[in-house]
Design a protein around this ligand. Structure first.
Ligand code: BV8
Ligand code: ZN
Length: 296
C-alpha cells in the first residue's frame, strides 16, 4: 500500500502515523548519536586525533606498522567513552526497546533493533540503566536489542589465539597512562615497546582493541541483512552514511518497501531519498519524533 507522503518530510505527525503502522523497526546509528555525550565524530573537526585522520588509524595495517600509536588512539577513546554519559537520544531509543512503550506508538507485536556503528558501548549502557524503570525482555542472539556491528572498544582480542576479554580498566595498562592527554600534533609521540602494550590474558601475545577495522568484516552481517529486508521503518541516526556496508541498509529497507527517516545535524548523502528528514541534534529530534519523554 503506497504512502502518500512527499519525501523528505519533517512532519512529525506524518512520521507518527508511519510509526503507528510499523511492525519491524530498525535504527542505523553513527557517531552523531554520541556527539551529544561529548564524544568526537569521525568527520569534520572531530575526524582527527593528534595529526592523524581517525580512519587511517582504524586499519590492521596501521596496527601492524605502529601498535603503540594505534593503542594510544584507542586508549584515548576508551578514556573518553568511560567518562561519557548516555544522552537523551540513547535513553529514548533504550525506552523504545520496551514492548509496553511501543504498544501505544507502533503496530501491535512490533520489533525494534538498534544497529550501531559506534564502539563506545553507550547504547548498551543506556539500555541497562533503563531496564531498572521499564520492563524490557532479555535480548536473544536471534533477536538482540542492540547490534554493535563495528565491535566494542572495551573488548580486547588476541591477534593470535582469538581470546576475547571485556576490559574497562582505566588505564588498560600502565604504559598508556596519561598518553590520552597528549593531543597536539607536535607533541613528542611516546613509542611504547610492544611488550608493555596490552597483552592477551590467554596466551600473553600482543592484544588489539575488539573493534572492526577498515577491510575487516563487520559483525552479524546475516542477521542485519535479515532485519533490513524485513524492516517497515529504518531510523538513520547521526551518521554521514559514508562507510559500508552500514551506509547501504537504508537503501535495502526502501528497496523492500519500507520507510526511511533520517535524523542528522545536516544534509547527508542519500537523505533526499528518505521519506522523512529531521534536522538538528538527535538528542532533541529523536525523543520528539518518538514522543518519548527525556528522563530515563
Ligand atoms: C568491509 C570501528 C568487507 C573502528 C569503523 C563500498 C563502497 C566503498 C567502500 C567500501 C564499500 N564496501 C566496503 C568498503 C570499504 C570500507 C568503507 O566503507 N570505506 C569508506 C570510507 C568508503 N568498509 C569497510 O572496510 C568495512 N568492511 O567492507 O569488509 C565486507 C563487506 C561486506 C560483507 C563482508 C565483508 C568495515 C568498515 C568498519 C570500519 N570500522 N569503526 C573504530 O571506531 O575505530 S568505521 C567508523 O567510521 C565508525 O564505526 C563509523 O562506521 C564510521 C564513521 O561514520 P559515522 O559514524 O557516520 O560518523 P561521521 O563522523 O562520519 O558522521 C557523523 C554524522 O553525525 C555527521 O553526518 C554529522 O552531521 C552527524 N551529527 C553530529 N552531531 C550530531 C549529528 N547528528 C545528529 N545529532 C547530533 N548531535
Ligand atoms: Zn592469545
Amino acid at each position: 500500500m503506497p504512502y502518500p507522503f512527499p519525501a523528505p518530510s519533517s512532519d512529525v505527525d506524518a512520521f507518527r502515523n508511519v510509526l503507528k503502522k510499523s511492525v519491524n523497526i530498525i535504527v542505523v546509528a553513527g557517531a552523531g548519536l554520541s556527539a551529544g555525550s561529548g564524544l568526537s565524530t569521525f568527520r569534520g573537526a572531530g575526524g582527527y586525533w593528534r595529526r592523524f585522520k581517525a580512519t587511517t588509524l582504524a586499519t590492521p595495517e596501521a596496527f601492524e606498522k605502529n601498535p603503540s600509536r594505534v593503542w594510544q588512539f584507542y586508549h584515548y577513546r576508551r578514556e573518553f567513552a568511560l567518562r561519557a554519559k548516555p544522552n537523551a537520544a540513547h535513553y529514548a531509543l533504550a525506552r523504545f526497546t520496551s514492548p509496553q512503550i511501543r504498544e501505544s506508538i507502533c503496530a501491535p507485536k512490533s520489533t525494534f533493533t538498534v544497529i550501531t556503528q559506534n564502539v563506545d558501548g553507550i547504547s548498551p549502557r543506556a539500555l541497562k540503566e533503563v531496564t531498572s524503570s521499564v520492563s524490557i525482555p532479555e535480548g536473544t542472539h536471534e533477536h538482540p536489542h542492540i547490534i554493535e556491528m563495528h565491535g566494542r572498544l572495551f573488548d580486547v582480542i588476541c591477534a593470535k589465539c582469538d581470546h576475547v576479554s571485556w576490559n574497562i580498566n582505566s588505564p588498560i595498562c600502565d604504559a598508556l597512562a596519561g598518553t590520552e592527554k597528549i593531543l597536539e600534533a607536535e607533541d613528542h609521540e611516546v613509542n611504547i615497546p610492544v611488550e608493555n602494550l596490552p597483552r592477551c590474558e590467554g596466551c600473553g601475545e600482543l592484544a588489539r582493541p575488539g573493534v572492526v577495522w577498515f577491510g575487516e568484516t563487520p559483525r552479524d552481517l546475516d542477521l542485519i541483512d535479515d532485519l533490513a529486508q524485513n524492516a517497515d521503518l529504518c531510523l538513520v541516526v547521526g551518521t554521514s552514511s559514508t562507510v559500508y556496508p552500514a551506509a547501504g541498509y537504508a537503501d535495502i529497507v526502501r528497496g523492500c518497501g519500507g520507510k526511511v527517516a533520517v535524523f542528522n545535524m545536516e544534509r547527508t548523502s542519500g537523505d533526499e531519498d528518505a521519506d522523512f528528514l529531521f534536522l538538528g541534534p538527535c538528542e532533541e529530534t529523536i525523543p520528539a519524533a518518538l514522543g518519548i519523554a527525556q528522563e530515563i
